[in-house]
Unconditional design. Structure first.
Length: 122
């Protein structure tokens, strides 16, 4: 956390529910520290919550967005864990999220082709 605070970063992207490739969950203490850093720095946390609900050995992990709803942009998708070709995702942004960004996010439709798609033309 000291390195992040010293970096001058305005945003950080993370997957707190399932860190790839180890599968480690971000601890409650580190989550609270991240929320405090974002509030102090006026920074944003971009949370990719792609599989928090898919836990079979313990309860699902709560979103970091619940700790700091004014500082966390939560994104999720069923494309990674379920159906890559479905291209279904969502973004939950803080209320003061600027309208131009919300419009751009809503208009994004690009996604890589899945292995079952028709191959690129030659």
């Amino acid at each position: 956390m000291r390195a992040l605070a010293a970096s001058g970063a305005e945003a950080v992207l993370l997957t707190p529910a399932h860190q790839f490739p180890t599968g480690v969950v971000l601890s409650p203490r580190r989550r609270a520290a991240l929320a405090a850093w974002a509030a102090e720095a006026g920074a944003m946390i971009l949370e990719d919550d792609y599989d928090a609900e898919f836990r079979f050995d313990r309860d699902p992990v709560g979103c970091l967005q619940g700790l700091a709803p004014d500082r966390v942009v939560l994104s999720g998708s069923v494309s990674k864990p379920l159906v890559p070709g479905l291209r279904l995702g969502w973004v939950v942004a803080p209320r003061p999220w600027p309208r131009p960004y919300a419009w751009r996010a809503a208009s994004w439709t690009w996604a890589p082709r899945s292995s079952s798609s028709t191959p690129w033309p030659t």
